[in-house]
Design a protein around this ligand. Sequence first.
Ligand code: FAD
Ligand code: NAP
Length: 551
Amino acid sequence: MNPTSAHDQEGNQMSAAPTRDLLVVGAGIAGMYAVHKATESGLDVLGLEAGSDVGGTWYFNRYPGARCDVESVDYSYSFDRELEKEWQWSERFATQAEIWSYLDHVADRYRIRERFLFDTRVADAVFDEATSTWSVTTEAGETHRAKFLMMATGSLSEPIKPRLAGVDSFAGETYFTAMWPHEPVDLTGKRVGLIGTGSSGIQAAPIVARQARSLTIFQRTANYTVPAPNRVFTEEDQRKIQEEYPHRREVSAYAAAASPHVSHTKKATEVDAEERRAAFEARWAEGGVLFSKTFPDQSSDIVANDYAREFAEQKIREIVQDPQVADDLIPKDYPIGTKRIVTDSGYYEMFNRDNVELVNLRRDPITEVTDWGIKTEQGSYELDVIIFATGFDALTGALTRIDPKGARGARLSDVWADGPVTYLGMGIPGFPNLFSISGPGAPGVLANMMTHSEQQVDWCLALLQTCHEQGIDTAEPRQDAAEKWTEHLEEVASKTLFVRAASWYMGANIEGKKQTFMPYIGGFGTFRKMCDDVRDAGFEGYVLTTNGGGQ
Ligand code: FAD
Ligand code: NAP
């Protein structure tokens, strides 16, 4: 550690604090891996985490029914074959509890917790140009300094509270899926209202319905969901998993969604009706989000998409007995797959229960939350409990809440006012020595985030090591390189159907947020190859500077 005196934006000298090599904000899967890998590389690293323990998403989202929608064997770290060998997933799609246990095991195994400060929310981050260091201030007023700052703050870590009249006046119990209590919540015999039918609400609902006296689901936008044929692994499965792991990892490393899935070899528009139906049936039986990738043209050609949509609609009508409810559950205003398809456990069947009611807010909007429940234009719902599954300020929210101040007066909230501009998602012009992990500009949420996190962290640490070894003080992406990347990202997105949905990928769920497609949709493998090439070309697109001004 080198003691340095840093300066604030007005040029005042700030009190001395040790300058580390790296600060990592966030102890989710990305931050945990970053801190471990940096330590292994001999760097002086400190992690800062707002929560009280590791796990990020899997620490906070403890709602009933929470599970991964990427198969457990893929949704796990690949950096250590020994870790892979010693951990056995019990089910095909693991529960939140099992994923958290896995992350707890990883934290213990690699002594990750001792390099984190918990209950430590970063409130501000300022780059000092004179010393090329980042100063980070916590909500408690502590300052930490480092040459490099890695924001592993999560793309789905800023939950939102809906702006509904009287939302704070409800006298019963209130829960957010993304901030679920650690203590057991007993819903037995209670009248429960659930607002929100994205992945979180749809996963939670069937479990809640089994416990509660009644469940009223307030749905604004219907979502496509494909049941997960989950199952407990047998000993034979475990043997096969171990045997196939190396190949599975190899295939995933450069695959489009960072998982071993492959689409049908032909386009949906090239095959006859029988072959198409068989492919959809097979994919539906496999279950979950990857139904959106049954055919390679499904997300780019509306004709292909319509085939998939019609198939899913027929499934809904077959399962849900009340034709009006079935109709309300069928999305009307976006192509299938352009909002993340949910991976559920008995969601459509749940509507055949007597204690479950669907309120279609498009026909009958909420007018007010009262102390006794929810009022809509046409009805009154007396409730004991309200569950909010209302989503996140995705991709940018955690970063803009900190609102880092970079070089030459740059402030992230200003720089991104018209939508995020990044270089390969990981670098931001105006913000030297800052890495953004799985944020806008990267495939992130469109890929298996475990593999994605490892790729992002490895790439950023390679850049940091290059600077370390070559005596470089600042690494900053060029403005033109970032603009070119962002234009490319937009161009790729514009050729897909994704831009037709008012999704959180587009920032459409946040009032006033610039609507633009934020993740890179050209495929994880393609992205990874581009990142490899940039790295191998000496981090092309970056300006690498020593304090003497040399290149
Ligand atoms: P996170 O896990 O979000 O961790 C970020 C951490 O940063 C958090 O702990 C947060 O407290 C901390 N933080 C943020 N701001 C600050 C601050 N200012 N100061 C200090 N700390 C801060 N992806 C998949 O690929 N497959 C899945 O099956 C899947 N399921 C999901 C289920 C749910 C319920 C949700 C919400 C998301 C799911 N995702 C899934 C996406 C998921 O977010 C990622 O897979 C992954 O867990 C993200 O890891 P991360 O480390 O990037 O971020
Ligand atoms: P989400 O997909 O954004 O869903 C939020 C829901 O709340 C939407 O149905 C939204 O309706 C509704 N809503 C928001 N404000 C409302 C209001 N004022 N009145 C009525 N309804 C309102 O959020 P999420 O379900 O938490 O999922 C976010 C992402 O996290 C997922 O897409 C997925 O990537 C990840 N995730 C994955 C899993 C998994 O299966 N492993 C589970 C949970 C989450 P509108 O659509 O009309 O805005």
